[in-house]
Unconditional design. Structure first.
Length: 210
């Protein structure tokens, strides 16, 4: 089984809880072929006109600029890594109510008609990645699981809507650590209990290969 772990926090584990979630997951994952894709370490130009220009130039045979070459190469690296994976694990924080921009770029690279989804003859979207599974590891300092706050949470919710709703991936595990910044006196316990659930998630995934 091929596992792709997308690391989307460049803060050290001593400061970033989702970075610690990533480390804990990796420490307890066994029996699989695992690859990490660190979105902060990779060259990943943001989605925009440079990519659309590059698509047009490839079709017409024109020479690409440096940024056009970079974004095409970056997009292909992400799509190749995604294609090879049976399970994709995302470790990421909630920043300003949403996901980090670098993780958004990773999703933008994969979110392609004909690859992740298509439209049928009736114009309905058809999921194309139903053979893949996903694991969500998310940390958020506030508490967003209450009915009042849940509508503001656009990180884990967004990822699940895209991965499960648009792409058709089965979300086999989800670990959310929340409230450690909002309740600093309880932070140590909150984080410890959350990391124990991350460890269990890694071991469940490892057990699949046994």
């Amino acid at each position: 089984m091929n596992v792709l772990v997308v690391k989307a926090n460049n803060r050290p584990a001593s400061e970033g809880v989702s970075s610690k979630m990533y480390e804990t997951f990796m420490e307890n994952l066994q029996g699989v072929n695992v690859r990490t894709y660190d979105v902060f370490a990779e060259d990943m130009p943001y989605l925009g006109q440079d990519l659309f220009n590059a698509f047009g130039k490839v079709e017409s045979g024109e020479e690409l600029t440096d940024i056009e070459q970079r974004i095409l190469a970056a997009k292909q690296r992400v799509m190749d890594a995604f294609t090879e994976a049976d399970i994709v694990v995302f470790a990421f924080p909630l920043w300003n109510l949403t996901i980090p921009a670098k993780l958004q770029t990773f999703i933008d690279y994969v979110y392609q008609a004909g690859y992740a989804f298509k439209y049928d003859e009736n114009g309905q979207a058809v999921q194309l990645l139903t053979d893949k599974k996903a694991v969500i590891l998310n940390a958020r300092g506030g508490i967003y699981s209450t009915p009042e706050a849940a509508p503001m949470e656009m990180a884990a919710t967004y990822m699940k809507n895209v991965l499960g709703g648009v792409f058709g991936m089965e979300i086999v595990d989800e670990v959310i650590i929340e409230g450690h910044a909002q309740a600093p006196d309880q932070a140590e316990v909150i984080i410890a209990e959350g990391l124990a659930r991350v460890e269990a998630a890694a071991k469940r995934l490892s057990a699949v290969t046994v």
